[in-house]
Design a protein around this ligand. Structure first.
Ligand code: MGD
Ligand code: MGD
Ligand code: SF4
Ligand code: MO
Length: 793
């Protein structure tokens, strides 16, 4: 990857001139707009585009892919003929280089795919059978309005539900948001909490620091000598402009260690050392690292003394018996077991000497950043793992300091959109965890506050009408597909399911009404970079909607009309008007930033926020007297009395190793001896673009298996293998590779579920095998924790 220095500006235009120049062009918005769309040689801001009959329009997608790249759509007579990316000649040296990835380069094959849904359809066969009949849009919106009225009258607003759907979420405007607005204006709906992406980290981190946002801007890591990427794979998952910074740091000599059961692409491109460990045993490795650090006296004593609670017996909160502190746990004062590297080696399969060295390296390199990705927390023990990394950062004094990192990846997104779609209050105050939706559809009366119901003691209705917009989560992405589709197939449970997508996905098959949405190229939006990324890119309508597709907003507005609330709902705004209003409100709320007006944005195309390095908890560390941590004690809580009072064996007051359900120590491993994990690979964003032919060529869906495990089972390279447990079976080819450690197998997440006539999946979809077990504290997902056996098919 090239860094900014490679983009020398031949004309000598510096950033100030660039802004001025943009402003000058912007003073003539109409002409500027024409510039961007005119053929021939054009000059937009300080960028020169080559002479050609096509227009080259800088844009981006609104996918939830981790990145938000600056792509260039070549548009000719209403057709996107090519996708390229930000050229070297782009003259904004301060803009992180965000070149299109392989998915971005293939967008055209997604948008112009022959299998795209072309018109609205209603179900004619049994639910899930996939038989549909073409209807008109008028019929479709009448069906929605009628069902909404009927179901709401019969069951009340708690019966209305909006499902997980993340494909349009890298932007402030989406069908998902607008359907929630409409439901709020007409009585409310059963809302949810918990992010399946990082909700376990978000729930656990505040027990240490009092707040969840524990990430820094990456510019603050420039001089960090050691980075430990703990289950973090940004080479594929992108995460804002992480690669831009990490590659620069690598060139500057930063040492990278990757802790991951897989030799990920990130390990391949960055790591000086790869440390594989058995999935879900991370806390045992962390415990042993802390044991080494403390027994070798390498911890930051002044930091621990000044800022923390629960390190040793001298700093425990009131009302807790002896031997509950971190030191007591690690040295065995509590349970007679010293948490030595030898103890951890048996659990994690990381050699004791490697653990010792890792602990010493982390504790003696100042500062050092242990950055945990979200893979380790998408486990049944995810909350413990997320908190475990906060304890390591704390005892080494890496919290709140430049070059350090506090724990689970939180990022700093405070400088992007401050305004969104105006959302009226939801009259329904009860909420369920997203993990409870199947139960809420099956028999909602069984969901109690202990299962995660908030805002009330019980639910008054099952889910009876469900909207799944831009999601494949009814089946494919949901853990334990089979238990979900059993409830979906019974149309006396959820009575009406509306899905909008571009493809007939495994989830869309369960719709009663299937609506073809436009792609991001066929509508207006503004792309927002993830986490630490600090820029916005206009995502303009480039082409007319294909076939009979319509934007979600367009049909929701029509439904609002049929419910008699069109004016309140739309405020008379077109989709573009909404985008303009969100932009202008954001602009007004941050006058110091001097965001361009929307008309100016049509020319400048992107906005990079002014550099404000951010370090999580910096103020709490600099001046703890005036900025106590927002925990009950005002300190960093190594020991959490709040967790202690819960007396739950899976959420210990000190985060430490507890064998996970379906981890390597589970007795189920006698029957299913391999741990299966999934990862987010480069050729799709979750399941989005699964059908893209170019991307299928990039990576074939295969099971990664270590040569030792393959040999034991008589499996050779490319053999078809049967991966199974009590929940399901999938059958795909094996990739016999050292890139996965023995005892562990791995599948890329997001392959389409393709059951044959015997119910055997032929697609390599891991969610026929994954478990819907919820995590103890967050009531969240554990997509990654599952045991399987693999045999030659
Ligand atoms: N290319 C691409 N990019 C994406 C996405 C995509 O689908 N494709 N999805 C986007 C979305 S929605 C999200 S939420 C983010 C997710 O980002 P992450 O959750 O960070 O990504 P994952 O690939 O699930 O996990 C990261 C790494 O954790 C490892 N891992 C799994 N289990 C364990 C464990 O027990 N211990 C340790 N130490 N490591 C473990 C995996 O092997 C993997 O390499 O990515 C985003 N970016
Ligand atoms: N095994 C396993 N399962 C997982 C995970 C894991 O790590 N492992 N990760 C979980 C995580 S973190 C996430 S975020 C979820 C993601 O799960 P989902 O939110 O279901 O995301 P996708 O699978 O990308 O499905 C999005 C769908 O939207 C469609 N789509 C794309 N663009 C548009 C559009 O403009 N309009 C409309 N209407 N539709 C569009 C796509 O074709 C696709 O079918 O998966 C979860 N599931
Ligand atoms: S899919 Fe994501 S990472 Fe790839 S080009 Fe598009 S925005 Fe960038
Ligand atoms: Mo996600």
């Amino acid at each position: 990857m090239k860094n900014n220095e490679d983009c020398k500006d031949p004309s000598g235009v510096n950033r100030r001139d660039f802004v001025k120049l943009s402003g000058m062009v912007a003073a003539l918005p109409l002409i500027g707009f024409k510039f961007a769309h005119a053929g021939g040689k054009i000059s937009v801001a300080s960028q020169e585009f080559p002479s050609s009959p096509e227009n080259i329009v800088p844009t981006c997608s609104s996918f939830d892919c981790g990145g938000k790249c600056d792509i260039r759509a070549h548009v000719q007579e209403g057709v996107v003929t090519r996708i390229s990316t930000r050229p070297d000649a782009d003259l904004d040296p301060e803009m992180p280089i965000m070149r299109a990835c392989v998915r971005g380069r293939s967008y055209r094959k997604f948008v112009y795919h022959p299998d795209r849904l072309k018109y609205p359809m209603k179900r004619v066969g049994k639910r899930g059978e996939g038989k549909f009949e073409r209807i008109s849009w008028d019929e479709a919106t009448t069906l929605i309005a009628d069902n909404l009225k009927r179901i709401t009258e019969k069951y009340g607003p708690e019966s209305r539900y909006v499902h997980v759907g993340t494909a349009v979420s890298g932007s402030p405007f989406s069908g998902d948001t607008m359907v929630r607005r409409l439901l709020n204006q007409t009585g409310g709906y059963l809302n949810t909490y918990h992010s399946v992406s990082m909700g376990n980290t978000a729930a656990a981190t505040p027990y240490t620091y009092g707040a969840a946002a524990s990430g820094n801007t990456l510019d603050t890591l420039a001089d960090t000598p050691l980075v430990i990427l703990w289950g973090h794979n940004p080479n594929e998952t992108i995460f804002g402009h992480t690669n831009h910074y990490f590659q620069k740091m690598k060139q500057n000599g930063t040492r990278f260690i990757v802790v991951d059961p897989r030799y990920s692409d990130t390990a391949a491109s960055l790591a000086d050392q790869w440390i594989p460990l058995l999935p879900s045993t991370d806390n045992a490795l962390m415990d042993a690292m802390m044991y080494v650090i403390i027994t070798e006296n390498l911890h930051d004593k002044a930091f621990v003394e000044r800022y923390t609670l629960g390190f040793d017996e001298r700093s425990m909160p009131e009302g807790v018996p002896a031997n509950e502190s971190l030191v007591a746990y690690l040295t065995g004062a509590k349970d007679g077991v010293k948490k030595t590297p030898e103890w951890a080696e048996k659990i994690t399969h990381v050699p004791a000497q490697t653990i010792r060295q890792l602990a010493r390296d982390y504790a003696t390199t100042k500062p050092a950043a242990l950055i945990q990705g979200w893979g380790p927390q998408r486990h049944n023990c995810g909350e413990r793992t997320a908190r475990g990394s906060t304890l390591l950062a704390t005892i080494t004094g890496n919290v709140g300091v430049k070059g350090g990192w506090a724990g689970g990846y939180g990022g700093d997104s405070s400088r992007k959109f401050t305004a969104g779609v105006e959302m009226p209050d939801n009259p329904v105050s009860k909420k369920i965890s997203v993990m409870n939706w199947v139960q809420a559809a099956d028999d909602a009366s069984k969901i109690t506050p202990a299962d995660g119901l908030t805002g009330g003691d019980k639910l008054d209705s099952n889910i009876r009408i469900l909207f799944s917009l831009a999601g494949n989560y009814l089946a494919n992405q949901n853990p334990d597909i089979h238990q979900a589709v059993k409830v979906l197939e019974d149309d006396s449970k959820i009575e009406f399911i509306v899905a909008s997508d571009l493809f007939l996905t495994p989830s869309a098959k369960y719709a009663d009404l299937l609506l073809p949405e436009t792609s991001f190229m066929e509508r207006w939006n503004i792309g927002e970079s993830w986490g630490t990324g600090n820029y916005l890119i206009l995502s303009e309508k480039l082409i007319e909607p294909q076939f009979e597709s319509r934007t979600d907003y367009d049909w929701i507005r029509e439904v609002a009309g049929k419910l008699g609330v069109e004016k309140e709902f739309s405020l008379g705004r077109t989709e573009k008007d909404w985008i303009v209003s969100i932009w202008e409100k954001t602009r007004e709320s941050m006058p110091e930033e001097k965001l361009p007006t929307f008309d100016e944005l049509l020319i400048t195309r992107r906005y990079l926020f002014k550099d404000k390095p951010h370090i999580a908890f910096e103020a709490n560390i600099r001046d703890p007297q005036n900025n106590p941590f927002p925990t009950p004690s005002g300190k960093i809580e190594i020991f959490s009395k709040r967790l202690y009072d819960m007396q739950h064996p899976e959420i210990p007051a000190l985060s430490h190793y507890v064998p996970a359900h379906e981890g390597p120590e589970d007795e189920l491993s006698a029957r299913f001896p391999l741990q299966l994990i999934t990862w987010k690979g480069k050729n799709r964003a979750n399941s989005t673009q699964y059908a893209n032919p170019w991307l299928k060529e990039v990576l074939e869906q295969k099971l990664w298996i270590n040569p030792a495990d393959a040999m034991q089972r008589g499996i050779a390279q490319g053999d078809s293998v049967r991966i199974h447990n009590d929940r399901g079976v999938t059958l795909i080819p094996a990739e016999v590779t050292q890139r996965i450690m023995p005892g562990v197998v791995a599948l890329q997440a997001g392959a389409w579920w393709q059951p044959d006539e015997n119910g055997v999946d032929r697609g390599g979809c891991a969610n026929v095998l994954s478990s819907a077990r919820i995590t103890a504290l967050a009531k969240g997902n554990s997509h990654q924790t599952m045991l399987v056996e693999v045999v030659k098919a």
